[in-house]
Design a protein around this ligand. Structure first.
Ligand code: C2E
Ligand code: CA
Ligand code: CA
Ligand code: CA
Length: 278
């Protein structure tokens, strides 16, 4: 009837308004949070299986708001991408990461740092050039930095993207394909965009030992990567069984709660110090 139609309209508009309000509100709260220093970078150690040492880590952003509490990146990263704030966040994050590298380095450790790069960052030439300059000024060897990007980003090809990719590649920065296996996996993009590593998505890892298909897939991905001379990181490893199985499959690097959760810089420094002393 006309009446229920009107009601539907009303609810539709009101929920759309709520979404828009929420988005606007979160964007301005983020801007304030960035200005007031409520963001932090956490670091998650990554084990080199052959060396049995934590030679890498992934930088993950945290927003700890005094009035909202802990807000997960799953919530604020999409807002940051939509509003463009991801550029500011990304620049801030890379400076934090460079500073952390120096702290560890002055303590005698040489760790590789992985950063997540969003599509918007990758599509901006000034942002990419600024990143390159910032890395040069920091004096950190480029081969100690890895940029994590998704396969969907590489598949939606354009000139700006390939220009940025080539510029970063020329600087000797490393690339890793994040969440590997969840996209289209039309791996022919690897010819245009060669990468150093790929990260098997945690949805496959959590199915290991449960679904035979997941075990087979993980094995096949590792073998394919070996053939292409790409190293493999398994993420979301939570159990000893998963760790042992991946080790048997000759997986190069392992990241997950089984070893450590992402942690603040000070804790990360302590973690590395504890694991490096024999
Ligand atoms: P991601 O890049 O796939 O990061 C891995 C996520 O898995 C992280 O969630 C990490 O805390 C979580 N994780 C690690 N080990 C385990 C495990 O053993 N079990 C389980 N269940 N989870 C594990 P987090 O930190 O909540 O980040 C979520 C996503 O937000 C990231 O997924 C990434 O896409 C994005 N993100 C986080 N920080 C940044 C950033 O600084 N920039 C950009 N562009 N994106 C970021
Ligand atoms: Ca990642
Ligand atoms: Ca991932
Ligand atoms: Ca992910």
């Amino acid at each position: 009837s006309k009446k229920s139609g009107r009601n539907t309209m009303y609810f539709f508009n009101s929920s759309m308004r709520n979404e828009a309000d929420k988005y606007m509100e979160l964007t301005s709260a983020m801007r304030t949070g960035l200005a007031e220093g409520h963001f932090q970078v956490y670091y998650q150690p990554i084990l080199d299986v052959a060396l049995q040492r934590f030679t890498r880590c992934e930088a993950l952003c945290r927003w700890i708001s005094p009035d909202r509490g802990f807000i997960s990146p799953g919530e604020f990263i999409p807002v940051a991408e939509q509003s463009g704030l991801i550029l500011e966040l990304g620049s801030w994050l890379s400076k934090q990461v460079f500073a952390c590298y120096h702290t560890l380095n002055s303590n005698g450790y040489d760790i590789n740092f992985s950063l997540n790069r969003s599509p918007l960052e990758f599509n901006s030439i000034p942002h990419t050039e600024q990143f390159i300059q910032s890395r040069i000024q920091s004096g950190i060897p480029a081969e100690k930095i890895t940029l994590e990007i998704t396969e969907s980003l590489l598949m939606s090809d354009n000139n700006i993207k390939s220009r940025n990719f080539n510029a970063l590649k020329q600087e000797q920065l490393n690339f890793s394909i994040d969440d590997f296996g969840t996209g289209y996996s039309a791996i022919n993009y690897l010819r245009k965009y060669p990468v150093e590593s790929l990260k098997i998505d945690k949805s496959f890892i959590s199915e290991m030992g449960v679904s035979g298909q997941a075990d087979t897939l993980v094995k096949v991905i590792i073998q394919m990567a070996k053939t292409l001379e790409i190293s493999v990181v398994a993420e979301g490893v939570e159990t000893r069984e998963q760790y042992e199985a991946l080790k048997k499959m000759d997986c190069d690097y392992i990241q997950g709660f089984y070893f450590a959760k992402p942690m603040p810089k000070e804790d990360f420094l302590q973690f590395i110090a504890e694991h490096e002393k024999e």
